[in-house]
Design a binder for this molecule. Structure first.
Ligand code: 5AD
Ligand code: SF4
Length: 448
């Protein structure tokens, strides 16, 4: 049986898809990247905004049209399943099975049931259930030298607009030993870079114990994330470590020192700001204001030097005025984000913000979105121009998707670099590249 995956949503979903693929391969299923050749199609869904859900429902509707005997078995996994539970079968009547994010380890058994003729099979575990997640630590060997590793599941922050706590459950950290073991396996399989994932990754290890009692940090770190970074930094062959997403309250001095002192930890932080207006941040229940956000940025830059900051912003949150919006523009300019992801506010059922009046019109949300994107392009272009003539370290990721004569990779600051390949090129190599030309999203250079 060949399985095809379609993945919507964030990096955590990308990682879950890979983990499920590895689990199914261990259980005798094969993978295909050709949808038409698949016996089973699994759609990994996202609930963060209404549009993401509409896309997945649209795709599932197309896939399940017609008689089941003449089409592939179709299943849904991920956040929408957790949110809708059995209601997903009303939205997609022909759906064969659905499995929530914390139940994905059950897939071999569920698929066996579906293959023997059962339909409408549903598996969702409660938010607290974290049993058997170790089944989901597999990685698929691929060309890319960069891998994702989950370190923290769920989220307890309760931002007023966010569906994540409802669908991903409450915060729970994996044990450090398991994570280190998984990272070693990634490196043994050819990986050179890992990105540690958590909805609020800096809360790693703050609620449940993650270390054996006798673990001692040789640098004297006391906080769980710096300790984990230190242990991972010591793995031979692991060149780069990133972690995402951050929160200003987690930007402690110790974390800044870890970023400065541990050579594998990259000078890049994704620190979602969401808004540059204190009034809106308060309504979003983000737990910081503009001043404390800027202090966090300054603390990291003071210790580490040139940290590249990237961010997420929501435009058109309930009550956002032109003045609030301009404050966001100002803050983004002040921090100098190298990249940003802009989202139009989308009310999510069951969140606190869903009770507020969604009073910014769709047109106005689009206008604000467009302005922030234009600002971002201009700013990224200016920031990137400073790189012209410099030598940067690039981790080679593969042939450039746009122009197959060229190859591409990333800098430690997470900028994409495109270059002419030398004769002996391989994925996972570290090369020095001199930047000759820049665009807002890409640097171009020559290998030196
Ligand atoms: N509407 C719009 N954007 C949202 N995000 C989260 N919830 C919503 C919502 N209801 C954005 C935030 C978050 C990113 C992953 O998605 O910016 O950081
Ligand atoms: Fe959502 Fe807030 Fe958690 Fe991020 S920190 S996932 S925005 S609740």
């Amino acid at each position: 049986m060949k399985v095809f995956f379609k993945t919507y949503g964030c990096q955590m979903n990308v990682r879950d898809t890979e983990a499920v693929r590895s689990l199914l391969e261990r259980n005798g299923y094969a993978f295909t990247d050709d949808e038409a050749a698949a016996d089973i199609i699994l759609v990994n869904t996202c609930s963060v905004r209404g549009k993401a859900e509409d896309k997945a429902i649209g795709k599932l509707g197309l896939l399940t049209a017609g008689d089941r005997r003449h089409r592939a078995i179709v299943g849904a996994m991920g956040c929408m399943v957790q949110r809708l539970q059995e209601r997903i079968f009303n939205s997609v009547p022909g759906l064969d099975f659905a499995v929530g994010p914390r139940s994905a380890w059950r897939l071999p058994q569920l698929l066996a049931r579906v293959c023997s003729g059962e339909t409408g099979v549903l598996a969702v575990d409660g938010g607290e259930s974290v049993d058997n997640l170790d089944e989901l630590d597999g990685h698929v060997q691929s060309q890319s030298p960069a891998a994702f590793i989950n370190i923290l599941y769920g989220c307890n922050r309760g931002c007023s607009y966010c569906i994540v706590p409802q669908v991903r459950g409450s915060e729970w950290s994996r044990s450090a030993a398991e994570i280190i073991n998984e990272a070693r396996k990634v490196v043994a399989g050819g990986g050179r870079e890992i990105t540690l994932l958590g909805q609020s990754v800096m809360r790693y290890g703050l609620l449940n114990p993650v270390w054996d009692a006798d673990y001692a940090s040789s640098r004297g770190y006391s906080e769980p994330l710096p300790r984990l970074l230190e242990a991972l930094d010591a793995i031979d062959g692991l060149e780069r470590i990133r972690f995402t997403s951050g929160h200003p309250s987690g930007c402690t001095s110790e974390l800044a020192y870890a970023m400065r002192d541990l050579s594998a930890v990259c000078e890049h932080l994704h620190l979602p700001v969401q808004s540059g207006s204190d009034r809106i941040l308060e309504r979003m229940r983000r737990g910081y204001n503009v001043a404390t956000y800027l202090e966090a940025v300054a603390r990291m830059r003071a210790a580490v030097g040139e940290v590249a900051f990237t961010t997420d912003v929501i435009v058109g949150f309930p009550g956002e005025t032109e003045e609030d919006f301009n404050a966001t523009r100002e803050l983004m300019e002040h921090v100098g984000f190298l990249n940003s992801f802009i989202f139009k506010y989308s009310p999510r059922e069951g969140t606190a913000a869903a009770d507020m009046d969604d009073d910014v019109s769709q047109d106005e949300k689009m206008r604000r979105n467009r302005i922030l994107l234009e600002d971002q392009n201009r700013r990224a272009m200016l920031l990137n121009e400073r790189e012209t003539g410099k030598k940067v370290e690039v981790l080679v990721e593969g042939v450039s998707p746009r122009n197959t004569e060229r190859w591409s990779g990333r800098t430690r600051r997470n900028q994409i670099v495109v270059f002419e390949p030398p004769g002996n090129i391989e994925c996972g190599m570290l090369l020095n590249v001199k930047i000759t030309r820049v665009m807002a999203q890409t640097l171009y250079g020559e290998v030196v």
